[in-house]
Design a protein around this ligand. Structure first.
Ligand code: TYM
Length: 338
């Protein structure tokens, strides 16, 4: 793990799927490799579906704030906004000219999103820009949740193809690998219908007040077999039990496991126990968020410093890329016509 890159969209409040599936690992990696851990709020990705111009800037700031509250320390790692380093788009364009349309049409996230929204050309190009994000920094490791694996595989393919065609002797790009935390690769949504996701409206948000979280958890479906208080259930069928495994200590997990199977505890008691573990994780995050809300310059300063740091790396990579594909250098010392 030499250089790590990952990104998150500023599409609304971050949820516990983002935290457990990705950000928590980013924090750990940052402790190990410092400034070679680069994390990005991908605002250009966010406009591949219709967006609100009044909100985009605010959401980008909020996403940075939430990441810092979740433990990313910009003094240790690098945090920035994608649009502050325009080379992402430049490399994205180069990659788009080298990527067969069929590969993009096969992406499952593209297929899902194009069912929900009208298809903009940028939505199809989404994974090409993602490959540019990663390869601009020559990252070898990309910590993400399971839903991003296909995009990282395409990134590898794009790197491989570029190297083979334009720099066979001295490859410009590494072939990065996804790094997945198996314990939370795909955090289920509160409705137990699959992945927790903002677009499915089934999230528990990192910065949501305790009372609001409880309102959602209280009414969340559990094992349908538990109609009455004394009907026994199967924990594996209940999303609340999945959350216990993510937030509660071993004793509590054991207690609710047995309690559910024997109808020893009711679903509401089980949910109250979940709130304890959940708030143990979220309270420090929410306290840090309150600090940054009171000191917004700490967030904007971090983004400015992050963009400066990334700009330097991005410029160097683009010099290599432009040479590799044979563009005329401005102020070229290389004779063009011999
Ligand atoms: P995004 O913004 O959808 O999600 C950010 C990260 O959170 C993970 N995640 C989850 N993990 C487990 N369970 C869930 N329910 C869950 N929901 C989300 C995602 O896997 C992701 O790691 N395309 C990316 C953003 C991106 C990017 C990049 C990522 C743009 N460029 C370069 C890595 C490298 C996305 O939409 O993430």
């Amino acid at each position: 793990m030499k250089r790590v890159f990952s990104g998150i969209q500023p599409t609304g409040d971050l949820h516990i799927g983002n935290y457990l599936g990705a950000i928590r690992n980013w924090v750990k990696i940052g402790e190990q490799i410092g400034k070679d851990a680069i994390f990005c709020i991908v605002d250009y990705h966010a406009i591949t579906i219709p967006h609100d111009r009044e909100l985009l800037g605010r959401l980008t700031f909020d996403a940075a704030l939430a990441n810092m509250a979740a433990g990313l320390d910009p003094n240790k790692i690098v945090l920035f906004a994608q649009s502050h380093v325009p080379e992402h788009l430049e490399l994205g364009w180069v990659f788009s000219t080298q990527t067969p349309l069929g590969e993009l049409e096969r992406m499952t996230q593209f297929k899902d999103k194009s069912e929900q929204h009208s298809v903009l050309a940028g939505l199809l190009m989404y994974p090409v820009l993602q490959a540019a994000d990663i390869l601009l920094y020559k990252a070898d490791t990309v910590p993400v949740g399971e839903d991003q694996i296909q995009h990282i595989e395409l990134t590898r393919e794009i790197a491989r193809r570029f190297n083979a065609k334009f720099s066979p002797e001295n490859p410009v790009f590494p072939e990065p690998k996804a790094s997945i935390d198996k314990s939370a690769a795909r955090v289920p949504g509160l409705d137990n219908s699959g992945k927790m996701s903002k677009s499915k409206n089934n999230t528990l948000e990192l910065l949501e007040p305790q009372a609001a979280l409880w309102d959602k958890i209280r009414v969340a479906p559990t094992d349908p077999a538990r109609v009455r208080r004394n009907d026994p259930g199967t924990p594996e069928k209940c999303v609340i039990f999945s959350y216990h495994k993510l937030f509660s200590n071993l004793d509590t997990i054991q207690e609710v496991d047995v309690g559910c199977r024997t109808a020893g505890i009711g679903c509401i008691d089980c949910k109250k126990l979940l709130m304890v573990g959940l708030m143990e994780t979220l309270e420090p995050i929410q306290a840090r968020a309150a600090h940054f809300q009171a000191h917004p310059h700490e967030v904007t300063d971090a983004l400015v410093a992050g963009a400066e740091h990334c700009q330097k790396i991005a410029r160097e990579t683009m010099l290599e890329v432009r040479d590799a594909i044979g563009l005329l250098r401005p102020n070229s010392i290389r004779p063009v016509i011999q």
